[in-house]
Design a binder for this molecule. Structure first.
Ligand code: PMP
Length: 395
């Protein structure tokens, strides 16, 4: 038999594979004896399974041959109307022709990278930031430059320096209850970032899957809605935390030239997002008071966040610091000294509790003493119990 020639190797994207720690942490969360605060899953109580089942029933009985057919790339018209209504209601005057429906906000990030980034292009990000966005930019071959953050989000002076020095094409922000820190970008800084984008000429990606989950304080207007940002800001949203992540529905709202490029890129990726899922989501949004549901979900998250905040002083070693989120699902902890949260994880798991080590969320040299806790998935009693376990693991 002739020698067999191996097929060519797979493409390697440096920096794009950092998800293994999270995957491991999520695997641990499946163990029934572990109280896991690792995953970023919305509370199951916040998902209206019965209402969604009825919405699927309705659209499948009403127009089965439409909702089971191929459809347009832009997305279901009724869903785009619902999205445009919500955006306008929150201060971004728009119309149904503007949002492009995506397969989760995650696909919006992939589209953004596909239409904007060439290998070697620069993206500036909050340090730390959403891990799967870092992976997306790494896959595009981008150079990712971290910008320091504090309790009010990205530090604008530091961003201005990065912009002057590195000339990024894109600045990526998660302005509300950021993943992983739970922090919110202040109004003053939203205005300043928009101004800077106008002066220096860069795109802003404003990724906001958590903005509807505010449980303290006032909603802040988007960066995209600030003076000077409209022609250079891309707002990304999601139904994952509003309805259910399993629907895999999100949207991208961008200037028209950008939107057109995204439509072409999406055609090559998946033609369009699931027709039946979009129709059911649109039907659900048209027939339910979603704002009241979101108020309930936010109340639930506030209770859970407060239970965690109350338990942390006892659970964490003296000198630890943590964020105080006004919404969303995450809280960010820094342990004192030179401890490594990744090395401590097996010890935590042996005490029946799990978290995500902070290091993979850093674009630059990681602060290994950090970790992310999600308060969304457990009731206050379990949170108290979990924090006690964490306290034992850390002593
Ligand atoms: N952006 C951020 C900041 C997120 O935290 C997430 C979800 N974990 C996403 C995007 C992706 O959301 P979706 O489920 O809509 O794809």
């Amino acid at each position: 038999m002739a020698d067999r020639v191996p097929p060519p190797g797979l493409v390697h994207h440096p920096g794009a594979g950092g998800g293994s720690v999270i995957r491991e942490a999520l695997t641990l969360s499946a163990r029934p004896d572990v109280l896991s605060f690792a995953g970023g899953l919305p509370a199951s109580e916040s998902i209206d399974a019965e209402g969604l089942r009825a919405a699927f029933d309705q659209v499948l009985s009403e127009s089965p041959h439409t909702v089971l057919q191929y459809s347009v790339t832009d997305g279901d018209r009724r869903l785009r109307e619902a999205i445009a209504d919500r955006l306008t209601g929150r201060g971004l005057l728009t119309d149904p022709d503007r949002p492009l429906v995506t397969t989760g906000a995650q696909q919006a990030l992939a589209l953004l990278a596909a239409v904007l980034l060439r290998p070697g292009d620069t993206v500036a990000v909050e340090e730390p930031t959403y891990l799967a966005a870092l992976q997306c930019f790494a896959r595009a071959g981008a150079r990712v430059i971290p910008v320091p953050t504090d309790d009010d989000g990205i530090e604008v002076e530091a961003l201005a320096h990065v912009v002057d020095r590195e000339r990024p094409r894109l600045v990526y922000l998660v302005p509300n209850f950021q993943n992983p820190t739970g922090r919110t970008l202040s109004l003053e800084r939203r205005r300043a970032v928009a101004r800077l984008a106008g002066e220096k000429g860069f795109w802003i990606a404003e990724d906001d899957p958590y903005g509807d989950l505010r449980f303290r304080g006032q909603h802040l207007p988007w960066v995209t809605a600030q003076d000077g940002a409209q022609d250079r800001s891309i707002l990304i949203g999601s139904l994952s935390k509003i309805l259910a992540p399993g629907l895999r529905l999100g949207w991208i709202h961008a200037p028209l030239c950008f939107r057109r490029a995204c439509v072409v890129a999406k055609q090559a990726m998946d033609l369009h997002s699931s027709t039946v899922d979009q129709a059911a989501a649109a039907h659900y949004l048209a027939t339910h008071d979603i704002d009241t549901r979101l108020e309930h979900a936010s109340f639930l998250y506030r209770e859970r966040c407060d239970a965690m905040l109350a338990a942390l002083p006892e659970a964490l070693p003296e000198g630890s610091t943590w964020s105080h989120p006004d919404g969303g699902m995450f809280l960010w902890v820094r342990l004192p000294g030179h401890v490594n949260a990744e090395e401590l994880l097996p010890q935590a798991v042996s005490h029946g509790v799990a978290y995500v080590p902070g290091a993979p969320f850093f674009a630059g040299p990681p602060d290994r003493s950090t970790l992310r806790l999600s308060f969304a998935g457990h009731n206050p009693a379990n949170i108290e119990q979990g924090m006690k376990r964490l306290g034992k693991a850390f002593t």
